[in-house]
Design a protein around this ligand. Structure first.
Ligand code: FES
Length: 364
């Protein structure tokens, strides 16, 4: 695969703000949050949506932070709809009243993904650092299904809530969700700071694999279950972002265009901004997006591997953070590395979790 033919992107993740009323300690936003005063304007986002549709993008996921923290969220959704994109809103539901939800749907919101911290109110409070967050989400989910907007529940799983996975699956059904995303925490950014508290045990991970397998069988045709296993216990790495610059692009609140959530940790790369670059130019021409396409950047062990078209070498950000080399095989890969590289002793033996040990992500 020396000759790289770049396909058009299919998905745009529009991170319209990093502001958020929740403070989840596994937040996928970078640890250096982008401030409100440098967020793109409504008009800038409208241009981003138009350019992405012209580029071939079919779906935009409007996300954050909490996108509802933007007062112009209805206008943003309207602009994405006008650009002929399928509009998916990823939200905590906090800050969206019933009337506002109706406005968002009226403006063109096609689908809603609701994040769920826990089915246990105390567990939800512990992770979100917000009182009554579960109760407010349940009310929001009901409003969504009452107006027949397709709902996906995003359940982020970790050591503190994995034992309640069966109840989580049951709740998604009761809420009328069509899809449930069971996503184990990815240990980058804020989650890396909280790894010793959140990393599941091997036993929890094995049990989860089994529960998901059984639920997929028993709920086939009723609830679609997407599953992101604990990749630190996996034999092979996940195809992070479906490969660098292959399928999706992220536009950060300030207009930086990124191939993945943690790309800014790759400080040897410069990420162009939509303020002074077209998305087409960024996708096809920028050094940052071309850096890890194809296989010429790979070490021999990946370049000669029969899985290189399956996992694309895994996660560049994880390779950099654990091995200090963004071109290395993902440290999770058992063909390339001993597993001790990613599982250290303290994540195996730490049983007691004290809430005051959590490093919360700030609201802004
Ligand atoms: Fe950056 Fe995986 S998070 S490549």
């Amino acid at each position: 695969m020396n000759q790289v033919t770049t396909p058009a992107p299919q998905v745009l993740l529009a991170e319209v703000t990093h502001r958020c009323p929740l403070q989840c300690p596994y937040c996928s936003n970078p640890t250096e949050l982008i401030k409100k005063d440098v967020e793109l304007s409504t008009a800038d986002w409208a241009r981003v949506f138009e350019e992405s549709a012209e580029l071939g993008v079919l779906q935009v996921s409007i996300s954050g932070g909490e996108p509802a923290a933007r007062r112009d969220l209805t206008e943003l959704i309207g602009a994405a709809h006008e650009a002929d994109l399928y509009v998916n809103l990823i939200t905590s539901g906090i800050g969206i009243t019933k009337d506002r939800l109706n406005d968002l749907v009226g403006a063109g919101c096609d689908h809603i993904q609701l994040s769920l911290q826990d089915v246990d109110p105390d567990g939800a409070k512990l992770i979100s650092n917000l009182n009554k967050s579960l109760e407010r989400k349940l009310e929001f989910a009901k409003w969504v299904t009452d107006i027949s907007v397709p709902l996906t529940v995003n359940a982020v799983m970790h050591r503190l809530n994995l034992d309640r996975l069966p109840e989580t699956i049951k709740l998604a059904q009761e809420l009328g969700a069509r899809r449930l995303e069971i996503a184990n925490v990815q240990y980058h950014g804020w989650a890396a700071l909280n790894k010793n508290l959140l990393m599941p045990t091997q036993e929890q991970s094995d049990r989860t694999n089994q529960i998901v397998k059984e639920a997929r069988e028993s709920l086939e045709g009723q609830l679609l279950i997407d599953y992101v296993p604990v990749d630190h216990y996996a034999e092979y790495p996940k195809p992070c972002m479906n490969g660098w610059g292959r399928v999706a692009l992220i536009v950060a609140p300030d207009g930086s265009v990124l191939p993945c959530h943690n790309a800014t940790t790759l400080t040897h790369l410069a990420f162009p901004n939509v303020i002074n670059h077209s998305l087409e130019n960024v996708w096809y021409e920028s050094d940052a997006f071309n850096a890890y396409r194809g296989d010429t950047w790979m070490h021999d062990i990946c370049r000669t591997c029969d899985r290189k078209e399956i996992d694309f070498g895994g996660c560049r950000c994880q390779a950099l953070s654990i091995l200090g080399d963004a071109s290395a095989a993902d440290p999770v890969c058992s063909r390339a590395h001993p597993h001790a590289l990613v599982i250290d002793d303290d994540t195996q033996v730490l049983e007691l979790v004290e809430p005051d040990l959590i490093t919360y992500r700030p609201n802004a």
